[in-house]
Design a protein around this ligand. Structure first.
Ligand code: G
Ligand code: MN
Length: 306
């Protein structure tokens, strides 16, 4: 898994640098010592070891890239690539999550301007830790950053994020929504989903967790769950995104079920801003035939990094 990930990363670096790239995997240790990461994290943010990848979302009916999700990665000088699963809780415990998320927001605002110069007007979503939904300073800093800058930002929030202190979290989400930030309920169905919670959230979008989508066309129950979730979200006036769309068959079924947007390896894995710009360019220039019929000809294996 790691080998493929590193090989893909090296290929991308080589393409950008126009020269061969060598990666020594022996210097990477697969397990991460949390204490060391905690100590190293503040400097890592400042020193530019963090970087973003973007994963597009396609609007099914309009056949357009409607938005993208920014995902943070840590290119550690000694340990190699570290994914959020291995450092987000570290950042939370080290009181670094606000700094990391505000850094992410700055990067996204900058990258969004680059995309705009290419003629792409996309809302970009970032993942927000529950801890930040009760952090007054974070709410103020975020509002100050997006004030008058014209950025189109979305926040993806998991249910567990809201459960910690629902009253405070919902009040702050309302502040974000009032400032024009699109709120999306992330990984829906994976946690302790509560309809009472969903009803109170100022969310405009619901993202169905990939655990219900990956086996959509080979399971008996998943299509029923997905179908009823799509109907539920629509009844609540929300748009629905299916995460983890890997096959044409899943895509076709989701389209019939009335799913609004899809995200997954069938369309693209998370990629660097430069690769994302090329992707958007290619996507826009795709032949009309592709746009009408099956637009994603690449097999899911092409994109798989994990
Ligand atoms: O929790 P959240 O939805 O933010 O998680 C996004 C993660 O899901 C990313 O790290 C990304 O690599 C992974 N992912 C995105 N698309 C797919 C997919 O089609 N299949 C699988 N298995 N994982 C995916
Ligand atoms: Mn997400």
């Amino acid at each position: 898994m790691r080998l493929i990930e590193e090989a893909e990363g090296a290929l991308e670096d080589a393409r950008s640098a126009h020269q061969p790239v060598v990666r020594d995997l022996s210097v990477c240790t697969p397990t991460f010592d949390r204490q060391t990461l905690t100590r190293e994290m503040p400097a890592a943010i400042v020193n530019g070891e963090m970087f973003l990848q973007y994963q597009p979302k396609v609007h099914v009916r309009e056949q357009q890239i409607s938005s993208a999700e920014a995902l943070v990665r840590w290119q550690h000088p000694k340990r190699g690539l570290i994914l959020p699963g291995d450092f987000i809780t570290v950042a939370e415990q080290a009181q670094q999550i606000a700094a990391l998320t505000l850094w992410t927001l700055d990067e996204v605002i900058r990258d969004q301007k680059i995309l705009a110069t290419d003629g792409h007007d996309l809302t970009i979503f970032i993942n927000i830790s529950g801890q930040l939904l009760s952090d007054k300073d974070f709410v103020e800093a975020t509002c100050a950053k997006i004030h008058n800058c014209g950025a189109k930002i979305g926040f993806e929030i998991t249910e567990t994020a809201v459960i910690r202190d629902p009253e405070c979290a919902i009040a702050n989400l309302q502040i974000f929504a009032d400032r024009g930030i699109v709120i999306a309920s992330d990984d829906y169905g994976a946690g302790l989903s509560s309809l009472a919670y969903l009803k109170q959230l100022p969310a405009r979008e619901l993202k169905i967790d990939k655990m219900f989508v990956l086996q959509l066309t080979s399971s008996n129950r998943d299509p029923l769950i997905v179908r009823s979730t799509i109907d539920l979200a629509h009844a609540l006036d929300m748009e629905v995104t299916a995460e983890g769309v890997e096959t044409q068959a899943a895509m076709a079924l989701l389209s019939v079920m009335g799913c609004d947007m899809v995200q997954g390896y069938l369309i693209s894995r998370p990629i660097s801003i430069d690769a994302f710009r090329r992707f958007l360019h290619e996507y826009r220039a795709r032949p009309a035939e592709d746009a009408r019929q099956s637009m994603f000809k690449r097999p899911a294996t092409f994109w798989k990094s994990a």
